[in-house]
Design a protein around this ligand. Sequence first.
Ligand code: S3P
Length: 449
Amino acid sequence: MSKHSSNPRPLTSGTGGGLKGTIRVPGDKSVSHRALMLGALALGETEIHGLLEGEDVLRTAAAMRLLGGETEKGADGIWRARGRGNGGLAEAADVLDLGNAGTGTRLLMGLVAPYPMTTFFTGDASLRSRPMARVSDPLSQMGASFVTRSKGRPPLAVIGTATPRPITYKLPVASAQVKSAILLAGLNTPGITTVIEPEATRDHTELMLRGFGIEVKVEETPEGRASAIKGQGELKGRKVVVPGDPSSAAFPIVAALILPGSDILIENVGLNPHRIGLIDTLVEMGASIEVKDARIEAGEKVGDLHVKHSHLKGVTVPAERAPSMIDEYPILSVAAAFAEGETKMLGLGELRVKESDRLGAMARGLAACGVVLEEGEDWLTVKGNGKRPKGGAHIAVNLDHRPAMSFLVLGLAAEKPVSIDDGAPIDTSFPGFVALMNGMGGTISAVTA
Ligand code: S3P
């Protein structure tokens, strides 16, 4: 049975001309969640420029307010947070409803674990089906306990501890969310809490904690990258500049690559080295993507991307690259459908437990659009012939923003229009997606009954 939002918005995209123009995509979702959490803890004022005002992040802002932090958007468009200092969270008087947001939920579970209080979490049908034991297992070792639905799924309660213990934890799955949950629990835990990751994942938490004045040491060890936080330091308010989200930029990038005649500039895109696996892969496939004016802003690398229509060739994407492009496989599989030759994507097990089973969703949807492919438990091979796919399918997106945008991008360049049953989930990460794409010449419209 497919899942929908309470007010589903069916959308369709039909073949149009090339995309042209200069755009900016909304702020980075990962950085935005973290800025709200740390800002609402830090002493003094934190200014957040360019916060993503998507559903997921607004849920985190509301959760931080319930936990006693002050977080508001000013009339000047800048978000400001004021906290009570490290250790200063208060028990929430209501359930934290994180909607669709796995990142918000998992990071907050860590944040509240080292407090003598109970915090309740819930979310939408997608979130309530997602595995949380990967977070509650290490947090239990630190002294917290949990009440969950079967298989560790939300709704759940975190029963925090007054006497948290620091741990050294080796991640069984490559997950920045799990790493961050443990580091955020370590923030209010005496001593040194260490997370070892066999495969390096995005390091926004480590970079931002340091920016707020917390001691975080990162070193390569024989077992993997070890990130160690010294607990109970004080966070000092600061200015955070949120870069454009590379995971959102991925959609106009691929749309421009597959639509003949396209030539676009995407300004101010986050280029953290742990987030650019898609760009590396597309360049290997023959994409014309030029990085301009690469610079560092508030600790994160950013740049402008000049993208032109390109003839793409199939490649093998190694499993080791998965952590640096984990959210980009749905849109990469669309690019692969337009490429000539086979694109093999390996090490995709984690895609099965995202906002939906993205591996299954892409395989089914692409096949319905006439794309030849093979799906394995943790891999996908798309067999392109260098021509545009047939399209002409209606896709159920199951409350998942990224397949929703991916299939709309496919429809822009396919032979026949593609429709999705619900475009509402797009607002979780990319509010204004349809207007932005259409502003460059895209042809996405509401489906009228
Ligand atoms: C995120 C980490 C990734 C990613 C998610 C955001 C983060 O999840 O899929 O969209 O902000 O830490 P995992 O850590 O589960 O891989």
